[in-house]
Design a protein around this ligand. Sequence first.
Ligand SMILES: C[S@@+](CC[C@H](N)C(=O)[O-])C[C@H]1O[C@@H](n2cnc3c(N)ncnc32)[C@H](O)[C@@H]1O
Length: 503
Amino acid sequence: MKAVYQPYYTKSESIVKYMIDMLDVKNGMRILEPCAGDGVFVDALNSKNLNLSIDIFELDPVAIKILRNKYAAFPNLSIHSGDTLTDHRLSSYAKVGGVYDRIIANPPYGAWLDYEKRKKLKKLYPDLYVKESYTLFLYRAIQLLKYNGKLVFIIPDTFLNLHMHTKLRKYLLTHTKIVEILIFPSSFFPNVSFGYARLSIITLEKYVNKTACLSNKFHVILGFKNVDDIGKMQKAGPPYLKTYNFKQKDVYSNLDHALFISDDQNIMNLINNSKKRIGDIASCVTGIYTGYDKKYLRVISHNFANSKRFLLLNPDKICTNYLNNNNLLDGLDGKATFIPVVKGAGKERYIKESKWYIDWSSEAVMHYKKDKKARFQNSHYYFRDGIGVSMVKSNGLKAFLLEKRIFDQSVVGVFPLNQELKYYLLALFNSPTTAKIMNVINPTANNSANYIKKIPFIEPDSSTLQYINERVNLIINKILSGDTNITNIEDELHKAIRDIYGF
Ligand SMILES: C[S@@+](CC[C@H](N)C(=O)[O-])C[C@H]1O[C@@H](n2cnc3c(N)ncnc32)[C@H](O)[C@@H]1O
């Protein structure tokens, strides 16, 4: 049941205190707590004795029972058992422009939604990415606020950058005045063990006029070392905290309205003003998904990460001359039907060994094409020369030659229109310069084709291109001959890229 309700209760006093302070409640206000859990925010608000009227929503019947018992003696608290996102009464409140003075929440993150519910939500929130529940709560809450009403939400920070939340950002920037955003590690939050890198607390005010919203200034605070730092926010705050100031208009005019945070003005300028990006000079696509990897993939040994749960490949099953087949996209006949597939995991750069194999028999390919879960996507890029970029980003990107192999969805395939740029892109993606850019474009854990496309592209002059090509060539030959000591040559490449990009 946990995955449905996602009940990560707010147990940190510092966080609760900060959020209640930011909410700035006044006597007689009407307040909504849209996903109450055991009522930690309600307790804090009720103890203020400000004659508040609080509507409490909760979906989990067990939590509802606890809330009803706990608050039986408080006529100012109305408890509603139901779904905040679809409740009809709330929808009618949203229709009339909102009724609440204040809303405070720690909504569910990444709650699992069944397909029927997803369909319903898609209808109700056509502009939003419905698989991420917290963004729906935020949007719903803004609709439910009166003009000049305020909300304080604790949510993952992915809404600030991710491509899929572009429309939500546009809505926030044009319908609200953001007051303050804190960003801190999710480990501050007791018992939260999800894949999100960071959490944020956003305070905002709903506002009627778009122009006024866009001229609003707000600030973002980062650098928190422990959860108690948040409790000190109302005073000066510890010296290691960093405050970044923004005008909503500037964020609005950023690429995809994303919030880019960097101390380096050169990076910011390049990201926002670049005339050419990787997406303009190359096709960037994700690869195949079998729908059932355990059945369709094999490994050549069990000596590398994540290989253990896959069957070992019988070498007799490997088809070595598959590239000679004219109808390769229809699969192979005969006994040897396994071919190499490139996956994202691993640290290799420049050259990636074939450790994974995929069943490419006609029957298997038919399955990839027809199965509901499988994705036979971007198939005209399979078996082409290009660069693979690993989707798992830790310490920058990992880029390598695809060498006419098929690649799976954990890899972004980059295929430059001008093949002469192939080695340059390999050097660029593997450089600290690109790592810095990626950290600003998308500081969350994953990268996808959308973010690779946004990397600014600066074309080197022909002598620099030659210099880089020679060095990449050297690295490739070294790795192929078994010599992995490439540090010195790589340093030269990193410097060359730094000289081109300026950082
Ligand atoms: C992250 S917990 C937060 C609880 C509490 N506000 C706190 O901070 O400790 C989210 C709560 O939302 C409830 N919830 C999940 N989906 C909901 C929905 N669609 N409508 C109302 N409540 C929901 C869960 O049962 C859970 O108690």
